[in-house]
Design a protein around this ligand. Structure first.
Ligand code: SF4
Length: 126
């Protein structure tokens, strides 16, 4: 997520940059050593343990998940405050996938158009 303007109604892949829905939809869990007190990058003060070998981002293990590192409004200018340090699940989740669509739907947002689907939607007939 970066500091790009959000365009109302926009649902192409660039909306991913300010969306944040996936940061407020799932438990974001990972191997404990991804935290900085285990040699990794994620600030451990922003995590909590929920298994002997696993941690999750604080706020994401809740009935209405929202990562403590997420700033701004979902779908309207959200950004990750620890973007370069974020854990592996955040790096793995790709825009336009089923998980992305599920997260966006939780917030009343349409699925993103990516890759072939986006090109097909924007192609002009010859
Ligand atoms: S660490 Fe950043 S990218 Fe990952 S869930 Fe939290 S706000 Fe989102």
């Amino acid at each position: 997520m970066h500091d790009l303007p959000f365009v109302s109604g926009q649902a192409d892949a660039s909306s991913c940059l300010v969306c944040g829905a996936c940061c407020a939809a799932f438990r974001v869990s990972f191997y404990w050593a991804e935290a900085d007190d285990g040699g990794g990058t994620v600030p451990h003060t922003l995590t909590e343990s929920f298994h002997p070998h696993l941690r999750c981002m604080r706020g994401t293990w809740a009935p209405a998940p929202r990562c403590v590192a997420l700033q701004g409004e979902v779908g309207q200018g959200a950004r990750c405050s620890i973007y370069p340090l974020r854990p592996s699940p955040c790096r793995a989740l790709q825009a336009g996938t089923a998980d992305c669509a599920r997260a966006r739907a939780r917030h009343g947002l349409p699925p993103l158009l990516t890759g072939v689907a986006a090109r097909e939607m924007t192609a002009t007939p010859s």
